[in-house]
Design a protein around this ligand. Structure first.
Ligand SMILES: Nc1ncnc2c1ncn2[C@@H]1O[C@H](COP(=O)(O)OP(=O)(O)OP(=O)(O)O)[C@@H](O)[C@H]1O
Length: 265
């Protein structure tokens, strides 16, 4: 018997409605709509240049679409910037690692706690009691994450010395440290070997299962997408051409034509 999910898939938490994004004459996204449901793992797939990263950049406020709206928890994000979006419970990782290479694993993860810290620079520098207490609490939270991700043995290692797969895991840890409701993961498995991919999949599922975190991930590896996603949205030339459970999307003729490259019978 399949075990019931601790956090069943719920109502839409993120609603992308009719967004269009142009760079001069280039149409990166055209009239795109889809919903992401609370607690689901949602994959965004599509060929190179289909608009996946641009879409993620619109969702977390790096790009402002010329048309359409994006709503988080029912609230349309009007003036979105990465900071505002983060405060509203959304965090993202990047296709190319964005870690501080000379800093330890723990300190990199601590960066993700920034939003939860109120002490100013001076009170930290002077080691005022409130600042010390806050830092202690945040470090303890990061220690929990390090343990959860099974990377305690490298907690003090500078990130630049770690193999790529572990660096990606540290990035996931930093995103987790934000305690966001939604994590946007831009190619979390890019450049990984089979074993590292399997490990990352396990932790994505574990995060979703234990904390109910909604995940939106861009991924090229079809095996991974089909294995771990609840739903998949397929982009081609900046338009949605498929949206549904993996099995449905996999059987869709338009998707096969555009992306999977399977010949017609
Ligand atoms: N900053 C930019 N300036 C100009 N054009 C851009 C910019 N960012 C993306 N584009 C263009 O928008 C389109 C969509 O690009 P995007 O990177 O979003 O696709 P993608 O699906 O993420 O591709 P990939 O799988 O290769 O990462 C492409 O034609 C790309 O050249």
């Amino acid at each position: 018997m399949v075990e019931a999910r601790r956090f069943p898939i719920g109502e839409p938490i993120l609603e992308v409605k009719n967004i269009s994004l142009r760079f001069g004459g280039v149409r990166a996204i055209t009239d795109t709509s889809f919903n992401v449901f609370r607690h689901e793992i949602r994959a965004i797939i599509g060929p190179n240049g289909a608009g996946k990263s641009s879409l993620l950049n619109c969702i977390n406020g790096i790009y402002k679409p010329q048309e359409g709206t994006i709503a988080l928890n029912g609230e349309v994000l009007d003036k979105i910037s990465p900071n505002i979006v983060a405060r509203k419970g959304l965090s993202r990782t990047f296709q190319n690692l964005a870690l501080f290479k000379r800093m330890s694993v723990l300190d990199n993860i601590l960066v993700g706690r920034k939003l939860h810290m109120s002490a100013n620079f001076l009170s930290v520098a002077l080691r005022l009691p409130e600042a010390v207490r806050e830092e202690r609490e945040n470090r303890a939270k990061c220690e929990e994450i390090v343990e959860f991700l099974e990377i305690s043995h490298i907690r003090d290692t500078p990130v630049g010395r770690l193999p790529y797969g572990l660096q990606k895991k540290v990035e996931l840890g930093r995103a987790l440290a934000t305690e966001a409701d939604i994590l946007l993961l831009d190619e979390p498995m890019a450049g990984m070997n089979v074993e590292e991919k399997r490990d990352m999949c396990r932790f994505i599922l574990k995060v979703n299962d234990e904390f109910g975190t909604t995940m939106v991930l861009i991924e090229h590896d079809m095996g991974v997408v089909m294995d771990i996603s609840d739903n998949v949205v397929v982009l081609d030339y900046g338009k949605v051409i498929g949206d549904g459970p993996p099995d449905e999307v996999r059987a869709d003729r338009a998707v096969i034509d555009a992306y999977l490259g399977v010949a017609h019978d």
